[in-house]
Design a protein around this ligand. Structure first.
Ligand SMILES: [Zn+2]
Ligand SMILES: [Zn+2]
Length: 375
C-alpha cells in the first residue's frame, strides 16, 4: 500500500504539472507492467494498489487540488478512503477505473460484442440496519459508452485503423535476452492497449477511450439478517458492454458495524449482564443492548454466575429460514471486595443460617442445565 510518505506523482512517475491525459497514460502503463500475469516482482500486487490509489486521487480534479495544497493530510480530513483497498483483484481495480479488461477492452482476435466488466462497491451499515434490512444508495462510478463517438474512441467523422504494432492481433511476442538464453512470452500490445486498433484522432469527449465514467446511484436492497463481509450481486448494473454486449454486474460488499456490548454469533446475539451478589440471589431486572434498543430481562432469584438466559427469537433474522436467532444473556456476578468488620460479621451470620442446602448441589438438575447452556 502507499504509505503516507509516498508522493502520488512519484508513484505514477509524472511531474506535478502533468495533464490528465498524461496521468491516465502513466497509470495504464504501470497497471499493465505490474499485473501479476506479467510482472515477476513479488510485490507487484501491493505496488499496483499504491499506484491505483495515486491515480484515484490525481485523476479527480478536486482531490488533486486538495492533495497539491495539503498533501496526504488534506485528503484524510476530507474523508478520503482509498477505494483500491476494497477490491478483490487487480482486474477489478482496473475495470473500476476504466471499465475495461486489463489487457484490452475487446477480445484481441474478435472485436465483436463483449460483456461489460464487473464492478466492486462497498457499503457499511450498522447492526440495527442488518437486523431490520434496509434500502440504500450504493452510488457507483461506471463506464458508459461515449455518446459522441458511439464507443470506438475516434473523433466524429474518423474511424479507428488496424494497429500497425500487432496487425490487429492485440498481443505481441516479447523477446528478451537473459543469461539463460532467449526468453519469449506474449503480452498485450502496448501500442493499441490490446484492442488491435488504434485511434489516430481521438474523440474529445472520452479522450479516445470510447467510454466515459459516470457517477450513478445504485439502489440496493439489503436483506434482513445479512452478515458482515457478505456480497450482494446486482446484475447488469456494472460497466457497459462493448459493441452492444450486456453490461457487467456490481458486487457490493457489505460491512456491518458492530454494536458495542453485543457479540454476533451466527444468528444469535450474545450480551452480558452484570449483577451484584445480592441481586443474583434475590432476582432482579437487567437492561441489555440489542440492535432494536435495550431489552429488559427479568433474572429469577438464585441466578448463578455464568448462567446464560436464552431469549428465543430476539437475535438476528436468519437469511436462510427467516426465523430469528436468540438473544443469549450471560450473567456475571459481582462479589464485594471491601467489607467493614460489621458487614463481614453479618455475612457470616447469614451464611451459617443458610446451611448447605440453600445452594444448588453438584448433581442438581439446575447446574447441569446451566452447564449445557454454556457454549
Ligand atoms: Zn468518445
Ligand atoms: Zn496493437
Amino acid at each position: 500500500m502507499a504509505t503516507m510518505h509516498d508522493d502520488y506523482y512519484a508513484l505514477l512517475g509524472v511531474d506535478r504539472a502533468a495533464s490528465h491525459a498524461e496521468i491516465k497514460q502513466a497509470f495504464r502503463r504501470l497497471a499493465r507492467e505490474l499485473h501479476p500475469d506479467v510482472s515477476e516482482e513479488p510485490d507487484a500486487g501491493s505496488r499496483f494498489r499504491a499506484v491505483a490509489e495515486a491515480y484515484e486521487v490525481l485523476s479527480d480534479p478536486v482531490r488533486r487540488q486538495t492533495y497539491d495544497r495539503f498533501g496526504h493530510a488534506g485528503l484524510r480530513s476530507g474523508g478520503f478512503s482509498p477505494m483500491a483497498a476494497d477490491f478483490g483483484s487487480l482486474s477489478d481495480v482496473f475495470a473500476a477505473f476504466f471499465g475495461e479488461a486489463l489487457f484490452g477492452r475487446q477480445a484481441p482476435t474478435g472485436g465483436g460484442p463483449a460483456r461489460g466488466p464487473d464492478l466492486a462497491a462497498h457499503v457499511e451499515i450498522d447492526l440495527a440496519e442488518a437486523a431490520a434490512g434496509t434500502m440504500l444508495d450504493a452510488g457507483v462510478r461506471v463506464a458508459r459508452t461515449c455518446t459522441t463517438c458511439g464507443g470506438n474512441g475516434a473523433a466524429p467523422g474518423t474511424t479507428p485503423i488496424t494497429c500497425p504494432g500487432c496487425n490487429g492481433a492485440g498481443r505481441i511476442r516479447l523477446v528478451s535476452r537473459t543469461v539463460l538464453g532467449q526468453m519469449v512470452r506474449t503480452g498485450g500490445c502496448p501500442r493499441c492497449d490490446g484492442t488491435g486498433v488504434v485511434v489516430e484522432q481521438p474523440c474529445e469527449t472520452c479522450e479516445g477511450d470510447g467510454r466515459t465514467l459516470e457517477d450513478v446511484p445504485l439502489e440496493l436492497e439489503i436483506p434482513a439478517g445479512i452478515h458482515d463481509g457478505q456480497r450482494i450481486r446486482v446484475r447488469g448494473a456494472g460497466h457497459d458492454g462493448i459493441l452492444g454486449g450486456t453490461p457487467g454486474d456490481v458486487y457490493v460488499s457489505v460491512a456491518v458495524r458492530p454494536l458495542e456490548g453485543v457479540e454476533r454469533d451466527g444468528d444469535d446475539l450474545r450480551v452480558r449482564a452484570v449483577v451484584t451478589m445480592t441481586e443474583a440471589a434475590l432476582g432482579t431486572t437487567v437492561s441489555v443492548p440489542t440492535p432494536e434498543g435495550s431489552y429488559e430481562l427479568e433474572l429469577p432469584p438464585g441466578t448463578q454466575p455464568g448462567a446464560v438466559h436464552a431469549v428465543r427469537g430476539r437475535g438476528m433474522p436468519s437469511l436462510d429460514s427467516g426465523r430469528r436467532g436468540d438473544l443469549l444473556v450471560g450473567v456475571d456476578v459481582r462479589v464485594p471486595t471491601r467489607l467493614s468488620g460489621q458487614q463481614r460479621a453479618e455475612l457470616l451470620r447469614l451464611e451459617t443460617g443458610l446451611g448447605d442446602d440453600a445452594y444448588p448441589g453438584e448433581d442438581d438438575g439446575f447446574l447441569r442445565r446451566l452447564k449445557s447452556a454454556f457454549r
